[in-house]
Design a protein around this ligand. Structure first.
Ligand code: ARG
Length: 565
C-alpha cells in the first residue's frame, strides 16, 4: 500500500468523527525539509468538525497513533510530523514499483470522466512551426498523464483547414504554382505562393476580390475549388504526419475547422434566436462589452464565417459527442483573449458547461542561435529543428561513446527527447529560449541527462544477477539511499499535481530530481562491488526501481528511454 494512504487510514481510525479517506489524504503534505519529517499533517481543517483546537487535535492524534510504521511522530503546534520507519517504507515502495512495473504511478482517479484534449492544430499549407511543437508536446503529455490516471481522453487535432486564406491559396495556385516543386516540397511551395499572393495583392487589390469569390465557391461546395482544397490538405497532412511519426504523437480525431462547415449555420441561428446577434459594420457579432471584451465576430461583413464561428460550433459538437468533463485547449497565450471571448459567448448562449472549457496557454519560443531563426524568413520548420538536434546528438555520441551500437537510433531518441524535454521543463507560460549547448548538456537539467541516468542504471543491471535469497531492504539505510527511495515514492503525487495545474513541467522536474538523487547515490556507494550480499541485492533492486520510475516518467512526457548511450 501507498504509505500516504496508510497514514491517512491511521489518522482516520483515530479520529472521533467520520471523515473520508480522500479528504484526509489530500491534507497530508510532504514537508520541504527532511528535519520536518517525511509527511506532515496540519490539523486546522479538522477543528470545526471536532470542535477542538488544532493544537489539541494534533496532540491527541500523536498519542493515539500506534504501530511500527512510524519511527517517530512529532507534534509542533497544530502540525503533526511523521518520520516513517525507513525499513518498512523502503520495502513497501520498492516492492510496489517492481510489482507494478510500467503501471507504477497510475491510478483510477479519473475513472468515468471524459476529457477532450485539443493540441497541435497546425494550419494546412503552412509550416508546422516551433509554436505548434509547444502545443503538441504539452497536449501529448497531458493526454498521457490523464490516461495514466484513469481519465477517458480523446485527442483532437483542430487543423486550421478552413477560412478565407484558402480562397487566396486557390487563386495563387492557379496563377503561380510549380507543380513539380509542390510534390517535392509541398509546404514550402504552398507557402511561397501564399506569400506571393499577398505581395501581388498589394499592387493589384482585385486579387482579394477574386480570393473571396473563390472561398465562397469553396464554402458552397463547387467541385473545382473543393478538389484543390483537398489536394492542399492531403499534401500538408502527409508532411505533418512525418513530424508526428518522429515525435511518436497520435490523435483520435483530425476534425479540424473544415469539419464544422456544415454545422455552423445551426449555431449562428441559435445565437440569433437567443437574441445575441448584433449587426456591426455589416458583420454579425455578439457584444461582450459588459465583460470588457471586444465583440465576438460570428459572420464577417462579406457573409463568410470566421475562426470563432468554428470554435463555437466545435465546442458544442464536442460536448454533444464526448460529453466532456473538461475540454482542454492547448493553444498559445496570444489567443487568451480570443478564448475568453469564445467561452463567454458560449456562456451567454446558456451553455453552462462553458466553464469546463479550459485554455491551457503557453509562451513564445526563441532561439539563442540566430542563424536558425532566420533561415526561412521568420518561420522555423520543425523538421529542421528536430533533424539538427539529432545531428548534434550524434556528434556528441561519436565523441563520448564511438563504439555504441545503433548510434543513429539512439541519437534520434536522445536528440528528439532533448527538444521535447526543453519544451516541458518550465511553467508553460514562460517563454523558451533554445540554446543547443544547454539543451544537449549531458550533465545539466536536460533530457539527455535523465536518459543517461537511466542507461547508466541499466548497464549496472546488465552486469550481474539481481535476485537472491539474502535480499534485505533494511540495509538501504544511508542518507543517499533513503532520499532516492523517497523521491521514487513521490511519483504519483507529482503526476496528480501536474494534471491539476495542467503543467507537465511538474513531472519533468520530478524526473530530474529522481535522476539527481540516483546519481548522488551512485557516486556515494559502490553497487557491483558491495561485499555484503544482502546490501548488494537491495541496492540492485533500488537501481531497478529507479530505472522503472524514470522510464514511466519520461514516457508521460512523450520521451523514450535508451538502454545504452
Ligand atoms: N490553427 C491555429 C494556429 O495555428 C491553432 C488552433 C487552436 N485551436 C482552436 N480551437 N482555435 O494558430
Amino acid at each position: 500500500m501507498d504509505y500516504k494512504e496508510l497514514l491517512a487510514k491511521k489518522i482516520q481510525e483515530n479520529l472521533d468523527v467520520d471523515l473520508k479517506l480522500d479528504f484526509i489524504e489530500d491534507l497530508i503534505k510532504i514537508p520541504p525539509k527532511p528535519e520536518m519529517g517525511d509527511y506532515a499533517f496540519p490539523c486546522f481543517q479538522l477543528a470545526k468538525s471536532l470542535k477542538k483546537s488544532p493544537n489539541i487535535i494534533a496532540e491527541e492524534l500523536k498519542n493515539k497513533i500506534e504501530g511500527d510504521y512510524f519511527e517517530k511522530i512529532e507534534n509542533k503546534g497544530p502540525y503533526l510530523n511523521f518520520f516513517v520507519n525507513k525499513g518498512i517504507f523502503t520495502k513497501n515502495i520498492l516492492t510496489k514499483i517492481l510489482e507494478e512495473g510500467d503501471k507504477y504511478g497510475s491510478s483510477s482517479i479519473g475513472q468515468g470522466k471524459n476529457i477532450v484534449v485539443e493540441y497541435s492544430s497546425p494550419n494546412i499549407a503552412k509550416p508546422f512551426h516551433v509554436g505548434h511543437l509547444f502545443s503538441t508536446a504539452i497536449g501529448n503529455s497531458l493526454y498521457k498523464m490523464m490516461s495514466f490516471e484513469g481519465y477517458n481522453c480523446t485527442r483532437i487535432n483542430h487543423l486550421g483547414d478552413w477560412g478565407t486564406q484558402f480562397g487566396k491559396l486557390i487563386v495563387a495556385y492557379k496563377k503561380w504554382c510549380n507543380e513539380e516543386e509542390l510534390h517535392k516540397n509541398p509546404i514550402k511551395e504552398l507557402l511561397r505562393i501564399y506569400v506571393k499572393f499577398h505581395k501581388e495583392a498589394e499592387k493589384e487589390p482585385e486579387l482579394n476580390e477574386e480570393a473571396r469569390e473563390c472561398f465562397k465557391k469553396l464554402e458552397d461546395g463547387c467541385s473545382e475549388e473543393v478538389k484543390l482544397w483537398k489536394k492542399f490538405k492531403k499534401l500538408s497532412l502527409k508532411e505533418f504526419k512525418k513530424v508526428y511519426d518522429l515525435l511518436g504523437v497520435e490523435f483520435d480525431s483530425y476534425a479540424g475547422e473544415s469539419f464544422y462547415r456544415d454545422k455552423m449555420d445551426a449555431v449562428i441561428d441559435e445565437i440569433d434566436k437567443k437574441g445575441l446577434l448584433v449587426e456591426s459594420k455589416g458583420a454579425k457579432v455578439v457584444m461582450l462589452d459588459k465583460y470588457n471584451m471586444p465583440p465576438c465576430i460570428v459572420k464577417k461583413s462579406d457573409g463568410a464565417t470566421i475562426y470563432a464561428t468554428r470554435d463555437l460550433t466545435a465546442a458544442i459538437y464536442r460536448k454533444k459527442t464526448y460529453d466532456f468533463y473538461k475540454c482542454i485547449y492547448v493553444v498559445g497565450m496570444d489567443q487568451s483573449l480570443y478564448f475568453k471571448q469564445v467561452f463567454t459567448t458560449l456562456k451567454l448562449m446558456g451553455k453552462d458547461w462553458a466553464d469546463s472549457c479550459i485554455h491551457a496557454g503557453f509562451g513564445l519560443v526563441r532561439f539563442a542561435d540566430k542563424k536558425l531563426s532566420t533561415r526561412n524568413g521568420d518561420v522555423i520548420f520543425l523538421e529542421d529543428l528536430l533533424n539538427k538536434s539529432v545531428q548534434r546528438t550524434l556528434e556528441i555520441i561519436n565523441e563520448k561513446n564511438p563504439n555504441l551500437k545503433n548510434k543513429l537510433q539512439v541519437a534520434k531518441k536522445v536528440g528528439i527527447g532533448a527538444v521535447i524535454f526543453t519544451y516541458l521543463k518550465n511553467n508553460r507560460e514562460r517563454d523558451i529560449v533554445f540554446d543547443w549547448n544547454e539543451m544537449l548538456n549531458f550533465d545539466g537539467e536536460t533530457g539527455p541527462y535523465v536518459q543517461y541516468s537511466y542507461a547508466r542504471g541499466k548497464s549496472i543491471l546488465r552486469k550481474t544477477k539481481c535476485t537472491g535469497s539474502q535480499l534485505d531492504y533494511s540495509k538501504l539505510n544511508s542518507k543517499e539511499e533513503f532520499e532516492l527511495v523517497k523521491a521514487l515514492n513521490n511519483f504519483k503525487d507529482s503526476i496528480i499535481n501536474a494534471i491539476d495545474k495542467l503543467e507537465p513541467f511538474i513531472v519533468t522536474r520530478y524526473v530530474i530530481e529522481v535522476a539527481k538523487a540516483f546519481n548522488k547515490f551512485y557516486n556515494a556507494h559502490s553497487i557491483l562491488k558491495t561485499k555484503d550480499e544482502g546490501t548488494k541485492l537491495a541496492r540492485l533492486q533500488l537501481v531497478k526501481a529507479t530505472c522503472q520510475v524514470i522510464k514511466n516518467g519520461l514516457n508521460l512526457l512523450g520521451i523514450d528511454v535508451v538502454e545504452e548511450m
